[in-house]
Design a protein around this ligand. Structure first.
Ligand code: GLC
Ligand code: CA
Length: 545
C-alpha cells in the first residue's frame, strides 16, 4: 500500500488573478478581491487554489514574465495582502499553490539587467547566450512559442539570448548551478510563508540544450527536479504539479512516481491536441475525434497505475473554454457543462477547476485583432498575415483557440461589468453575463455550480472516487462510459458526448443499478441498464453484478 497524500484527495481551483475580482475598482483583479471570494470557494468545497503569477512583472505575458520573485505585483496588492490571503484561506482549509515560473524571467529582472551589461558580468551565465551563425544571422532554428525566432540579438554585446517565449522572457540557464541555487532559495522564501505547493510553469523545458535544438525533456531535467525536491519542498507536505506539454505516460511516471522524489503530478496535454491538424499548430483547426479522446483518457487512467498520479482538467488560462470547444454552449450549455464535470471528476486523479468553469462561462468571439490582449494571438496574427493567411481565417483560429477566451472577467452578477469591477475592466466582459453569473448560479438549485459542489462533496465521502480502479467500457463512439471499482464496490459512469440520442447497453444483463449517485437530468433507474441516452446526458450509479 502506498502512502496517501492530501493532494490526492482535494479538488484544486485555479485563479487567474487579473480576471478574478477587482476590489479597488481600477479594472484589474487583485489579492483583496480573492480574499473577498474565499467564502464562495469554501462553499464550492475546494481544498487548494492554484494562483497564477502574482509577482512583480511588466506584464508582457500577464505575470508569466517575472521581474522580482519576492515582491507582489503592485496592481495586485502588497506582501501583507498575500500573507493575509494565505491565512484566510488556511482558516477555510484551503491551501495556496503558487505558480513557479523559472524557465525564464522578465528581461526587467535584476539578473537580466546585469547579464546584458557585458560578456563578463557575473550574471551573464544566468541566461543562454550564443554568437551569431556563420552568415551573421540567428544561431540556429529554434522558434519561440509566441512566433518567430527564439533568439534575440543584444546590440551591446553582439550576442543573441534565448527566449522560448516572448523577447521579454529570456530563458534562464539551468546548467548554471548558481541559477538553480537562487531558484531554490526563492522557493524556500515562499515555503516559509506557509504556501501549499507549486504549479511549475513549462518545467519540462529547464533541461534544454539549445545548441542541439533540444528544448523539452532535456538530459538533465530529472536530475534538476530531484535536486530541487531535496533542496526545497521535499521536506514538506506540498502539492507540486508540473506543466509538461510533451509528457507521455512513461515520462509522467518519471516525474510523479513517489519513489523518485520529484513532483506530485504533472499536467499532460495529449487530449488537448486532438482538435488540431496533424503536423500543424494549435491554430490549424480540426474536429475532435471522440474515439481517440476515450482511448487517450483510458490510457492515462490505466498506465500510471500505482507509479504516478494524474491531474484532471478541461480548462486553464491558456485554453479556450471546453464548454464552447467540445461541449455545446448554446442549446445544451447547462447539460454539457454538467456532463463534462461528471466525466472528468469521476476519473482517477486530482481534478482542477478553472475560474468560471463552475458556472459554465463560455468563449467570447472577437471580430478584429484590436480586441485581442494576448501576446500569443497578436504575434501569431502578424506572422500568419505576412504568410498569406486571410484575416478571417486567423480570427477564426483565435476565436477557437485563443487564450483570451479564458481570461475574460469572472461573471459575478448581472450588474455592470458583471460585478467584477465598477469600471471598464482591462479586458472586456462577455456580454452573456446578464444571464450567466455566480449570483444566478447560487440562486438556482439546478445550476452547474451545484453539480460541481456535489461532485466535490461526493469525493470527500467516497474513497472509491479517489482510489478506485478505472475500467473503460466498450461503447459506441459518442458514449463515454467507464467503471470505478474499490473494495468490492462498483460505480458505473455513463455519458453522452454529443447533441444526438444514443443507446447504452450494459454488457452484463444481470447487473443492477442500486443507487443513483449523480446525474445531470432526471433519470429512471432501469433494472436492465438498457437506455436511450438524451443529448449530453450523464449519470453515475452504484452497480451490483
Ligand atoms: C505556460 C503558461 C503560459 C505562459 C507560458 C510562458 O505555458 O501557462 O500562460 O505564457 O508558460 O510562461
Ligand atoms: Ca484592482
Amino acid at each position: 500500500m502506498r502512502q496517501k497524500y492530501w493532494w490526492q484527495e482535494v479538488v484544486v481551483y485555479q485563479i487567474y488573478p487579473r480576471s478574478f475580482k477587482d476590489s479597488n475598482n481600477d479594472g484589474i483583479g487583485d489579492l483583496p478581491g480573492i480574499i473577498e471570494k474565499l467564502d464562495y470557494l469554501e462553499k464550492l468545497g475546494i481544498g487548494a487554489i492554484w494562483l497564477s503569477p502574482v509577482y512583480q512583472s511588466p506584464n508582457d505575458d500577464n505575470g508569466y514574465d517575472i521581474s522580482d520573485y519576492e515582491a507582489i505585483m503592485t496592481e495586485f496588492g502588497t506582501m501583507e495582502d498575500m500573507e493575509r490571503l494565505i491565512q484566510e484561506a488556511d482558516k477555510r482549509q484551503i491551501k495556496i499553490v503558487m505558480d513557479l515560473v523559472v524557465n525564464h524571467t522578465s528581461d526587467e529582472h535584476a539578473w537580466f539587467v546585469e547579464a546584458k551589461k557585458s560578456k563578463d558580468n557575473p550574471y551573464r551565465d544566468y541566461y543562454v547566450w550564443a554568437n551569431p551563425s556563420a552568415d551573421g544571422g540567428v544561431p540556429n532554428g529554434l522558434r519561440s512559442a509566441f512566433s518567430g525566432s527564439a533568439w534575440q540579438l543584444d546590440e551591446t554585446t553582439g550576442q543573441y539570448y534565448l527566449h522560448l517565449f516572448s523577447k521579454k522572457q529570456p530563458d534562464l540557464n539551468w546548467q548554471n548551478e548558481k541559477v538553480r541555487q537562487a531558484v531554490y532559495q526563492m522557493m524556500n522564501f515562499w515555503i516559509d510563508k506557509g504556501i501549499g505547493g507549486f504549479r511549475m510553469d513549462v518545467i519540462d523545458l529547464i533541461g534544454k540544450v539549445p545548441e542541439q535544438e533540444i528544448t523539452g525533456n532535456g538530459p538533465r531535467l530529472h536530475e534538476f527536479l530531484q535536486e530541487m525536491n531535496q533542496a526545497t519542498f521535499g521536506k514538506h507536505d506540498l502539492l507540486t504539479v508540473g506543466e509538461t506539454w510533451g509528457a507521455t505516460p512513461e515520462i509522467a511516471k518519471l516525474y510523479s512516481n513517489p519513489d523518485r522524489h520529484e513532483l506530485s503530478m504533472v499536467f499532460q496535454f495529449e487530449h488537448i491536441g486532438l482538435d488540431q491538424q496533424a503536423g500543424g499548430e494549435k491554430w490549424d483547426l480540426a474536429p475532435v475525434d471522440l474515439g481517440q479522446l476515450k482511448q487517450i483518457f483510458a490510457k492515462w487512467q490505466t498506465e500510471l497505475d500505482n507509479q504516478g498520479w494524474n491531474s484532471l482538467f478541461w480548462n486553464n488560462h491558456d485554453l479556450p473554454r471546453m464548454i464552447s470547444r467540445w461541449g455545446n454552449d448554446t442549446n445544451y450549455r447547462v447539460e454539457s457543462a454538467k456532463m463534462l464535470a461528471i466525466l472528468l471528476h469521476m476519473q482517477k486523479g486530482t481534478p482542477y477547476i478553472y475560474q468560471g468553469e463552475e458556472i459554465g462561462m463560455t468563449n467570447t468571439a472577437i471580430t478584429d485583432i484590436s480586441q485581442a490582449k494576448d501576446i500569443e494571438s497578436i504575434n501569431m496574427y502578424q506572422e500568419r498575415l505576412a504568410n498569406g493567411f486571410t484575416k478571417e481565417a486567423i480570427i477564426q483560429s483565435i476565436n477557437a483557440k485563443g487564450r483570451d477566451n479564458a481570461r475574460r472577467p469572472v461573471q459575478w452578477s448581472n450588474q455592470a461589468y458583471a460585478g467584477f469591477s465598477t469600471v471598464e475592466p482591462w479586458i472586456a466582459v462577455n456580454e452573456n453575463y446578464s444571464s450567466i453569473n455566480v449570483e444566478q448560479a447560487l440562486a438556482d438549485p439546478d445550476s452547474i455550480f451545484y453539480t460541481y459542489q456535489k461532485l466535490i462533496a461526493l469525493r470527500k465521502a467516497n474513497p472509491l472516487m479517489i482510489w478506485g480502479d478505472f475500467e473503460l467500457l466498450d461503447t459506441k463512439e459518442a458514449v463515454f462510459a467507464y467503471l470505478r471499482k474499490y473494495q468490492g464496490e462498483t460505480w458505473l459512469v455513463v455519458t453522452n458526448f454529443s447533441d444526438d440520442c444514443h443507446e447504452f447497453h450494459y454488457s452484463n444483463p444481470q447487473a443492477k443499478a442500486t443507487e443513483l449517485v449523480i446525474a445531470n437530468m432526471p433519470i429512471e433507474l432501469s433494472e436492465s441498464l438498457d437506455l436511450q441516452l438524451k443529448p449530453w446526458q450523464a449519470f453515475v450509479v452504484k452497480l451490483e453484478e
